[in-house]
Design a protein around this ligand. Sequence first.
Ligand SMILES: NC(=O)c1ccc[n+]([C@@H]2O[C@H](COP(=O)([O-])OP(=O)(O)OC[C@H]3O[C@@H](n4cnc5c(N)ncnc54)[C@H](O)[C@@H]3O)[C@@H](O)[C@H]2O)c1
Length: 369
Amino acid sequence: MFRPANFRQAAKALGQPTRKALTTSFFRPLSSTAPLYRKEDDKSKKDPLLTATTNAPKGTLEAEGQYARTDENVKIEYPDDEHMPRSPVVQGRGGMHFKRTLADFSLENKVTLVTGGARGLGLAMAQAIVASGSDLAIVDLNKQEAEEQAKKLVEQFQKENPGLEADQIPSVTAHYSDVSDPESVDTAISEVILKHGKIDHLVTSAGFAENFDAVSYPYDRIKKLWGVNVDGTYLFAIGVAKHLLERKAPGSMVMIGSMSGSITNVPQPQFPYNASKAAVRHLAASLAVEWAGHDIRVNCISPGYMLTALTRKILEENRELRDKWISLIPVGKMGAPEDLMGAVTFLLSDASRYITGADLRVDGGYTLT
Ligand SMILES: NC(=O)c1ccc[n+]([C@@H]2O[C@H](COP(=O)([O-])OP(=O)(O)OC[C@H]3O[C@@H](n4cnc5c(N)ncnc54)[C@H](O)[C@@H]3O)[C@@H](O)[C@H]2O)c1
């Protein structure tokens, strides 16, 4: 705050003129502030670098700024559910520990619910959770795939941990839910509690993206996207929090946002997705504060471009888009779903006990430039 007395003292100490003298010699009346330069010698108008950026024609292509703009012509074809590629179970990441690490990273004796766990990033994070000793409930729109993956996760765990007794093998179950439907969410949560006896941790990975330019984006599609990405995250968070509050138990939640919650991706236009992920990030921060006094932590992971079975298929059909994306990532490559395994384990576990409301960007440095 400006304090005239302090200013006078400082001026005195520096041997500067007093306030009266300063007023006349240093201060100009506001109305007579001189322009930085006169119009006639405005060199900026003649500077080719400055004029280039201001002369860029409206529209998108072949113009200055083109690499930092969305292009309404870029359309990514997402396959329908029937043709969605399956995600493989990660090999060689879990297993018996021969290298020492902190016991705090363990998720033993916990029950974790992962939405969208049948595929992609949700599946890789689910696998990390099982490898870290937690029981798991996969909740997904696609129950059949969730059931198949649940079996594979247990098989992989047994392969990596031979010789364990049956009661040492994590219990992995599959459940149906449309995360955007409150009734369906409540039913799934009750079902999981019935099967596992409790829920300690939550990961919300169910979500999707699609591309339309803002003007032609069908409004019903916007509502659907926000319903899944935002409401779906909120509904599961509230449902699990109610259960934790009733049990007076601690818990940890990880919401899957995206770097798109902080930046605008190019060239594909996707404004409602970007907005939905900004909402997820702030949902995590807001709920973290609300529940901090109840020992319930809420954090967000914001992945960058990750090479899931789905993005691999899309980019194999669109090399130009792939090259453009990779050219914008400082580490020079897309992330693998496995790159989220450590991040989610850390944020769910006691190793991060003093971290809440954080946004952990796993994006190869994308958002730094
Ligand atoms: N893949 C990436 O590059 C990337 C980058 C940043 C963020 N993300 C985010 O990560 C999350 C997972 O993405 P992904 O790439 O693994 O996608 P994915 O399509 O491979 O998997 C999403 C899973 O969510 C399920 N799902 C979709 N809608 C659902 C609904 N209404 N109810 C219940 N389940 C539903 C799907 O059946 C599927 O199993 C999403 O929230 C996505 O926005 C992905």
